[in-house]
Design a protein around this ligand. Structure first.
Ligand code: SAM
Length: 237
């Protein structure tokens, strides 16, 4: 992603303590108190300009959302987006949204075991060269980290335009012994699927006629029991 250099970005972020978390390590185990309630916490790892996480926070006010990225400029863009979306409600500060500046490599330093209920991975960098496979956010190396920070209702929701990343990821989830469900090779086959909030990349790719792949991955034991009940209902076994 190309970033435009801009003076004062850091200063702008420092003035947004109500929304932006520049040192997320200090909230390890304390995210619920930062939000001021015990609602489940959903994070998007690699949120980019923040369209998805902002709209999700508005659409699902019974959930707390954290948008993560490693670039100041993207956190700033996402802060504008988050405030714009919530301005419709007359609020200057989105009540259930925080934007965290961090590297996903360090998730265990930022979240306590069991602190997160859902992880969204949307259009993660595909890292197409085999020698870079370990950098893919669905590599078992990352699944190890995610599993620690997720609770018993934990799920990963994954979307990508990249067929090679999707193929790699399905194998990674399967090899890890994780149940997958609601797999789609063309999410918007029947026209825009309004059920799912779109990301910036998704909007661009869909406009170009590119097919979007999606799947849900069951991580927590309670989420697995719920999935098994749904499967029984659907297939009778
Ligand atoms: C291809 S963009 C997708 C952005 C957004 N999710 C979307 O769908 O429009 C990937 C994003 O992940 C972020 N990212 C990649 N690796 C990261 C890491 N290790 N830690 C934090 N952010 C990361 C990048 O900065 C970029 O914003």
């Amino acid at each position: 992603m190309r970033l435009r250099g801009r003076k004062g970005i850091r200063e702008s972020l420092e003035q947004q303590e109500d929304l932006v978390v520049l040192d997320p390590r200090q909230y390890k185990g304390k995210w619920a108190s930062l939000f001021g309630n015990d609602k489940p916490i959903h994070v998007e790892f690699g949120m980019g300009k923040g369209q998805f996480i902002s709209q999700m926070s508005y659409k699902h006010q019974d959930v707390n959302f954290i948008g993560v990225d490693m670039y100041d400029e993207l956190i700033r863009r996402a802060s504008e987006k988050g405030r714009d979306v919530w301005a419709a409600e007359g609020l200057e500060t989105p009540p259930n949204l925080k934007l965290a500046l961090m590297n996903i490599e360090n998730v265990e330093e930022v979240f306590e075991p069991g602190e997160i209920e859902r992880i969204y991975l949307n259009f993660s960098d595909p890292w197409p060269k085999t020698k870079h496979a370990r950098r893919r956010l669905t590599h078992p190396r990352f699944l190890d980290k995610y599993k620690i920070i997720m609770n018993e209702r934990g799920q990963i929701h994954f979307k990508t335009d990249s067929v090679t990343l999707f193929e790699f990821s399905l194998n990674s989830f399967a090899d890890y012994g994780l149940q997958m469900t609601n797999i789609s090779l063309d999410l918007h086959r029947e026209g825009l699927n309004e059920q799912f909030v779109m990301t910036e990349y998704e909007t661009k790719f869909v406009g170009q006629g590119v097919k979007i792949n999606r799947c849900e991955v069951i991580v927590g034991s309670e989420a697995l029991a719920e999935y098994q009940a749904i499967r029984l209902d659907k297939y009778g076994k």
